[in-house]
Design a protein around this ligand. Sequence first.
Ligand SMILES: *Cc1c(COP(=O)(O)O)cnc(C)c1O
Length: 408
Amino acid sequence: MSTTQVTRALFDEVMVPNYNPQQMVPVRGEGSRVWDQDDNEYIDLTSGIAVTSLGHCHPALVKVLKEQADKVWHLSNVYTNEPALALAQDLTRETFADKVFFCNSGAEANEAAFKLARKYASDHFSEEKNEIISFVQSFHGRTLFTVTVGGQPKYCQGFKPVPGGIHHAPFNDLDALKELVSDNTCAIVMEPVQGEGGIIPANPEFVRGVRELCDQFNALLIFDEVQTGMGRTGSLYAYMDTDVTPDILTSAKGLGGGFPVGAMLTTDKVAPSFNVGTHGTTYGGNPLACAVAGEVLRQINRPEVLEGVVQKNALFNSELEAINAKHHIFKEVRGKGLLIGAELVDEWQGKAGQFLAAAREQGLMILMAGPNVLRFAPSLIIPDEDIREGMAKLEQAIAQLLSTAEAG
Ligand SMILES: *Cc1c(COP(=O)(O)O)cnc(C)c1O
C-alpha cells in the first residue's frame, strides 16, 4: 500500500507538466457546489469547462450510470448495444442529423468530421478537393489534425510537420473567407460561439454567408458544437437558433454530463463515405457513456431547462454589469446562454489567471478563455441564489485584486 499523501504537491511530482491546476483538490460535488480536501466549499461556475451541465452528481444521471454498471460496461464495435442505439435514435430525432458516429472526446469528434469531409470530397469530386478552412482563434481539439485546423498557431509550435491543406480566415469576416474558398475546399468548420478563443459569437449574416459559400463550392459546413451544444446557449444545439443547418455537427463536453463521450452527427447524404472499415475507435458507443448521455439529453432537452438558460444569462449579465459599474474592470460582457465571457479592460489584459486564483480564495470556481477573458459556464440548472452568491464572491475577488494592485 502506498503511504504517499495525495495532495496538490504530488501533481508536480508525478504528472506530466502540461497542466498547472489550481492549488486545491476537489473531492466531492453536488449541484453547483464543490468541496476540497479540507472541506472548503466552492461555488462552481465552470462545470468542468461546460461539461457537467446538470451540476455534479445529478441524481438522475447517478441512477442511470449505476443501473448500466450492473448490466454491461463495454462490448466494442464488433457488437452494437442498446444505449448507443437509443442515444443515436434520440439525437437524430431531435436534430437535422440522420446518422451518428460515437467517440470519446471533442477532438475525436472533430477528427472524424475532418476525415469524413475529405473522404466525401474524394468519393464525389476529386482528391484535390481536400482543403479545410477554419477561423483565426478557433479551437477544435489537440490531436495533430484538429490542433492544426484550430486557429491558434501557438498550440502547433514544436509539433511540425503538421497536416497540410488547412487555411484560416478571420472570424466574422465574409470577404476574407471569399478570398480563401475555392473548388478545392472540402469543408468550412466553425464554432457558433468561439469558446477557447474568447467567447466570440458568430454574426447571423456571417453564418448565412458561410452556408452560402459552402453550397456554392460544394463544401461541407461543419459546426463544432463541442462547447456550444447540449443546451449551453439556450437551444439544444446552437445551430437551431441560426438560419442555417450544417452538414456535420460535432458534440462532446456537455453531452455526457461528466462521462467522457463524443459524437459526430451527419446526414444520409454524407454518412456513406464512412463505409465499413474506414474509421473507428474501440470505446466509441460505450454503453456506460451512451446510457448517461441519453439521460443528459432527456434532462436538458426540455423547454423549462432551455428557457432557464436564457433567463440565467440575463441574471449573469445584470450581476456582471453591477460589478462593472463599481469596479470598471470589464471592457465587454458577451456570449450566449450560459457561455459568458467578460473581457478585461486594457490594464488587466493578460491577467485573467490572477482572477481565477483570487476567485478560488473566495470559494469560487471560474474559467478563463484566453488570457484576457473571464469565462463563466455553470450548470444549466444552477439555482439563481448560487449565481448571486457566486457573483458576490467574484466581486470580493475583484475588490481584493484591485486593492493589492493599488497598494503595489
Ligand atoms: C473543448 C473543445 C474541443 C476539444 O474537446 P476535447 O474533448 O477536449 O477533445 C473541440 N472543440 C471545441 C469548440 C471545444 O470547446
